[in-house]
Design a protein around this ligand. Sequence first.
Ligand code: HEM
Length: 211
Amino acid sequence: MSVTGISLILFLTFHCCMNVAAFFSGEAYNMVCEFLGTNWYALVGTMALAVLAVCHIVYAFILTAQNRRARGSERYAVTDRRPEVSWASQNMLVLGIIILLGLVLHLYNFWGHMMFAELADIEVAHSPSDGFAWIQDTFSNPVFSILYLLWICAIWFHLSHGFWSAMQTLGWSGKIWLKRWQMIGLIYVTILMAIFAFLVLSFWLGFAPSL
Ligand code: HEM
């Protein structure tokens, strides 16, 4: 879970950097989209990403089932939450399911109209490599913008726990480093999600570049 989780965070970092281009110029953003397109390296990346996501989700269910079985019929002997146990850490599976639902919508909006449309030779409203037009289309709809903002909040909660938890699982955190990873993770994940959220807001509220 930790290795696939960290790999997915690395993908999100790459995805975030790519999206930053859309703040400055539609042309620059579309150059990145065209560079990826349906080239072999983009297809290999997509397939690797799908394998990582499936492994992460399957392990999430297996580990949750194991934890519940280990606890027996009484899920928690003490139900009062200790202050150091975050809300996110107790709701990772629920957050993960919300993230998965958001991902299905996101893949429909972008991947379906771009890479898949090109591969399947399906006629769509804009060119499959015109990522900028798909962003404008998606976030001009307030329902999508609000759903995306909620989705980004869910990812923030999930990663605010997941980041340092992965480091702990891999054995890279002792007494001192646990606190450090918690702080590093919080700052890193907040920056990533703030950029995604700002992108949604800028296209929704109309302060993004026009091309
Ligand atoms: C909110 C701003 C976001 C925008 C504008 C955006 C835009 C895009 C675009 C243009 C693509 C490329 C589709 C293609 O070329 O086929 C894409 C793919 C994708 N996005 Fe996002 N994205 C955003 C946020 C996110 C977030 C928060 C996640 C985290 C789960 C995410 C996960 C993905 C995945 C998994 C793919 C498929 C990648 C692939 O085909 O290899 N995106 N997105």
